[in-house]
Design a protein around this ligand. Sequence first.
Ligand SMILES: [Zn+2]
Ligand SMILES: [Zn+2]
Length: 153
Amino acid sequence: MKILVARVPEEGFILEGEEPASILAWEMEQFVKVGGDISYRFSVKHVLQELLVRGEMALAADIQCSRCSEFFSTSIGVSDFLRVYSIPEGTDEVDITEDLREELVLHVPAFPVCADECVGMCTQCGVNLNQVTCDCVEEEKPNPWSALDELNL
Ligand SMILES: [Zn+2]
Ligand SMILES: [Zn+2]
């Protein structure tokens, strides 16, 4: 997603709309499947040789529940996006795609749950206890989400 510097008036303007999630080149499909569009609303200001972009965005996504491992639909929201780009003389456009991706990744919940009442999986037979019950004796629950900690984001 690019901002054309020449289009930014001195007093700034509001940039809002939607971009397809495909621009993000998302790499966390294993845990978070992005879908739909990124909706955003940014205030863009051109101050001296800097472009100030702040605002909010949201992205529809299917995220893996940390308790039961089922994917559920939710939205990743960023309410505090803020970046300052230096724009030396002759800069035509600023590409903010990488920063959008970075902020969205940071706002993926660490321990997402499909529902407050989700009871997760049985640690022994692996059944989804939201759907069926089993006769196993309960032990400590595993956290399928912990693999994410090993990803270098
Ligand atoms: Zn769940
Ligand atoms: Zn069981």
